[in-house]
Design a protein around this ligand. Structure first.
Ligand SMILES: C[S@@+](CC[C@H](N)C(=O)[O-])C[C@H]1O[C@@H](n2cnc3c(N)ncnc32)[C@H](O)[C@@H]1O
Length: 228
């Protein structure tokens, strides 16, 4: 695990966004869920408050609340400046402005921070790096991964994606990954090789449209289940 905070750019989405990105139903939410790469999103905190059963794994959780708060405060203005510059590249259907987007993401990250210490004590925030999940097999109904796999291509191979998804399938009955775009624009070069690799390894794989679309064309998730 990289222990230098400088390499992490914290950016967290809300529970509502997770519902849309992964088409989560009441039935899904009543099961045990693993959030891989949940970072400073408020998914874990909000689902726990609603009575859900969720564990998040992310290398960010090796850091203290104060270290993460500092990172958020440092990177937030840069992220906002970048959104203002690239505003025309996004779909502003639900989120009406860059300002509103910023307020929403910041409040999600502060919600996460408020929950972090208690959540760590309860074993809900676990430091870990894909392609390894430091948890025993077959304990989750669903594993989700938002905005990590497929989205940053520079340092990842297709084999890394295959290994990571097989690892998620080791601990959960079903895996969902969103989005499938690289650089926020085109279908990731790893999607087709990953699908082939997973099918060759005996997994059932399909793509499904979701209700969430902030990046044009970014409205599909990958769903993986065991063939048996
Ligand atoms: C863009 S953030 C997405 C956060 C959250 N899923 C969301 O959608 O709001 C990407 C996350 O991937 C995490 N990450 C980086 N390397 C990772 C790895 N090897 N395994 C799992 N997560 C990783 C980062 O720490 C960061 O929290």
């Amino acid at each position: 695990m990289q222990t230098n905070t400088d390499i992490y750019t914290p950016w967290g989405r809300t529970f509502e966004e997770y519902l849309g990105m992964f088409s989560l139903t009441d039935n899904d939410l009543s099961g045990k869920i693993l959030g891989c790469s949940d970072g400073p999103s408020s998914f874990n905190s909000e689902l726990t408050q609603r009575g859900g059963n969720v564990v998040s794994v992310d290398p960010l959780y090796q850091f203290s609340k104060e270290q993460i708060r500092k990172l958020i405060d440092q990177t937030y203005p840069e992220a906002m400046e970048s959104f203002h510059r690239k505003k025309s590249l996004f779909i502003w259907k639900n989120l009406k402005s860059v300002h509103k987007l910023g307020r929403m993401r910041l409040s999600a990250m502060y919600e996460f921070l408020a929950d972090l210490d208690w959540g760590k004590m309860e074993g809900r925030y676990i430091p870990g790096d894909l392609p390894i999940i430091p948890l025993v097999s077959d304990q989750f109904d669903l594993a989700v991964c938002s905005h990590y796999l497929f989205t940053s291509t520079t340092h990842m191979t297709s084999q890394f994606h295959i290994n990571s998804i097989i690892e998620m399938a080791r601990v959960a009955k079903e895996v969902r990954v969103f989005p499938l775009l690289e650089n926020g624009a085109v279908l990731s070069r790893h999607v087709m090789p990953t699908i082939s690799g997973l099918r060759d390894a005996g997994y059932r794989v399909r793509l499904e449209k979701v209700g969430y679309e902030f990046l044009p064309g970014g409205d599909r998730m990958l769903i993986v289940t065991d063939n048996v």
